[in-house]
Design a protein around this ligand. Structure first.
Ligand code: PLP
Length: 442
C-alpha cells in the first residue's frame, strides 16, 4: 500500500513494519532484525511470541471474551486479582482493572478523593505530585504530571499540583549532596502540604523510580521512608505509580519495595499485560477498601472494557510465565550486569548511568566532568536512538538535565528474559551506536 490511513506519531512519516517477534528480537517485513532493548515502551517484559500467553488467550476467547463488569464477573478477572494480591506486598489486595496506565493513574486520583469523601472529609481533594514525573496522557493523569512539553498546550485543564522537587541526586535541585542534604527533596512534600493545608490534600502520587521524565531517577536510601512518614503524619494517601516499575521490571515485584514504604494505592500498567493485551489496574489496601465498604460501596469510575476477561487471561499467563521462569531474579541480575557494562564503556558523553534491575537510565552530556547538558535543540537522545536503531537496537527516549531547560537521556529496558548471549549482542550494537554518536560530536 503506498497510502496509509493510520495516524502515526509523526504525521505523514513512515515507519518500518514488523512481521513477527521471538523473545527479545523483532523481525521486520524487510528482513531486518531488532534487539528490543526498550521492550517497546518498557512494556513487553516477557519478550515476544510467548506461546503460553497466546494459548491462554485462545482458550479464553473460545469461552468468553467480554462480560460487562456491572452484570457479571469472570473466572479470569477473579484469578488475576487474586494473583496480584498474592504478588503485591502487604495488604495491597484489591484490584480495579482498566485499560491503560493513564486510566489507572487517573482512577487512583479519583479513588483517593472519593476515599476522603467516604471518611467524611470532602475538603481533601488536591493530589500532589513532583516535577519530573509522568502519570499519563489523559487530562487528569496529565495534570498530575510534571512534564512541561506534554502539558503546556492544555494548561487550562490542568488541576494537579506537580510542584514537589524530584529526587535527582546527579543534579540536586537544592545543590546539595547526599546524605548531608538531609533529604530536602522529601521534606519539600511537607512544605507543599503546609502551604496548601493538609485538610485540602487527598494524596501524593510518585513513580518510585522516575521513568520517562527523569531517565530512571533512583531516590537515595531513606527517601520513601520519609515520604511515608510525612503522608501518614498529615493523613494523606500515598499512591505509588508503578506503571513502568511494576511487575518485576526493577528486580522486585514493585519498585517501591526497594525502600521500606507501603503505598495505600499502587498503579499498575505496561508489564501487567506485557504487550499481549491492554490492561492496567489500581490496587488498594484493605484499609482503603474498608472506607468504600463502610461508605457508598462503589467506585465512581470504570470503563466498558474494565476487567475484560480476554485481557485478564493474557495478564494471568504473563504473570505465570514470570513466576515459572524466575524472571524477577533475572531482571535483578542481568540489570546489574547491563548497568555495569554500560558504565564501563567510559563514553565521554555518558554523564550518569542509573536505575534498578532492567530499567536503566543513561544521561547524555556534553562534558562528563561538569555534567554540561546537551542543548535541547541538539536532540542528542533522539540521535543516539536513531543510531542504535540503524544498528538494530531499540532504546527508549527520556527527559533529563537542568530544570525547564537543556539536557537529554535514553532508557535501556530489554525484556526480563534477556540472557548472557543477548546481553552481549545488546552491548555490541550499543557500542557501535555510541562510536557513531561520538564521531559526530567531534
Ligand atoms: N505512569 C507512568 C509511570 C508511565 O510511565 C506511563 C507511561 O509511560 C503512564 C503512567 C501512562 O501509561 P499509558 O501510556 O499506558 O497510558
Amino acid at each position: 500500500m503506498d497510502r496509509s490511513y493510520l495516524i502515526k506519531p509523526q504525521i505523514g512519516g513512515k515507519l518500518p513494519e514488523i512481521s513477527f517477534g521471538r523473545g527479545v528480537y523483532l523481525y521486520g517485513a524487510d528482513g531486518r532484525d531488532y534487539l528490543d532493548g526498550s521492550s517497546g515502551a518498557i512494556t513487553c517484559s516477557i519478550g515476544h511470541g510467548i506461546k503460553e500467553v497466546a494459548e491462554a488467550m485462545h482458550t479464553q476467547a473460545k469461552k468468553i471474551s467480554f462480560v460487562y463488569r456491572s452484570q457479571f464477573t469472570s473466572a479470569a478477572a477473579e484469578a488475576l486479582a487474586a494473583k496480584i494480591a498474592e504478588w503485591l506486598p502487604g495488604d495491597l489486595n484489591h484490584s480495579f482493572f482498566v485499560n491503560s496506565g493513564s486510566e489507572a493513574a487517573e482512577t487512583a486520583m479519583k479513588m483517593a478523593i472519593q476515599y476522603w469523601q467516604e471518611k467524611g472529609e470532602p475538603s481533601k481533594t488536591i493530589v500532589l505530585s513532583r516535577w519530573r514525573s509522568y502519570h499519563g496522557i489523559t487530562m487528569g493523569a496529565l495534570s498530575l504530571s510534571g512534564f512541561p512539553e506534554r502539558r503546556e498546550r492544555f494548561q487550562y485543564h490542568m488541576s494537579g499540583v506537580p510542584d514537589i522537587a524530584p529526587p535527582y541526586c546527579a543534579r540536586c535541585p537544592f545543590g546539595k549532596v547526599y546524605p548531608e542534604c538531609g533529604l530536602m527533596c522529601a521534606e519539600d512534600l511537607e512544605r507543599s502540604i503546609k502551604r496548601r493545608g493538609r485538610q485540602n490534600i487527598a494524596a501524593f502520587i510518585a513513580e518510585p523510580i522516575v521513568g520517562a521524565a527523569g531517565a530512571c531517577l533512583v531516590p537515595p536510601a531513606g527517601y520513601y521512608e520519609k515520604i511515608r512518614e510525612i503522608c501518614t503524619a498529615n493523613e494523606i494517601l500515598f499512591i505509588a505509580d508503578e506503571v513502568m516499575t511494576g511487575m518485576g521490571r526493577t528486580g522486585n515485584v514493585l519498585g517501591i519495595q526497594h525502600w521500606d514504604c507501603q503505598p495505600d494505592l499502587a498503579v499498575l500498567g505496561k508489564g501487567l499485560g506485557a504487550g499481549y493485551a491492554p490492561i492496567a489496574a489500581v490496587v488498594a489496601t484493605d484499609r482503603v477498601m474498608e472506607a468504600f465498604l463502610q461508605g457508598s460501596r462503589s467506585i465512581m469510575s470504570g470503563h466498558t472494557y474494565s476487567a475484560n476477561p480476554q485481557s485478564a487471561a493474557a495478564s494471568l499467563a504473563v504473570l505465570q510465565y514470570i513466576e515459572n521462569n524466575h524472571l524477577i531474579l533475572n531482571a535483578e541480575q542481568q540489570g546489574d550486569r547491563l548497568k555495569t557494562m554500560i558504565t564501563e564503556l567510559d563514553e565521554p558523553f555518558i554523564g550518569d548511568v542509573r536505575g534498578k534491575g532492567l530499567l536503566i537510565g543513561i544521561e547524555l552530556v556534553q562534558d562528563r566532568a561538569s555534567m554540561k547538558p546537551f542543548l535541547k535543540k541538539q536532540a542528542a537522545g533522539a540521535r543516539l536512538i536513531e543510531l542504535a536503531f540503524k544498528n538494530g537496537l531499540l532504546l527508549y527516549p527520556a527527559s533529563a538535565g537542568v530544570e525547564g531547560g537543556d539536557g537529554d537521556a535514553v532508557i535501556a529496558a530489554p525484556p526480563l528474559t534477556i540472557n548472557d548471549r543477548e546481553l552481549a549482542e545488546f552491548m555490541k550494537r550499543f557500542t557501535k551506536a555510541c562510536s557513531a554518536f561520538r564521531a559526530e560530536q567531534r
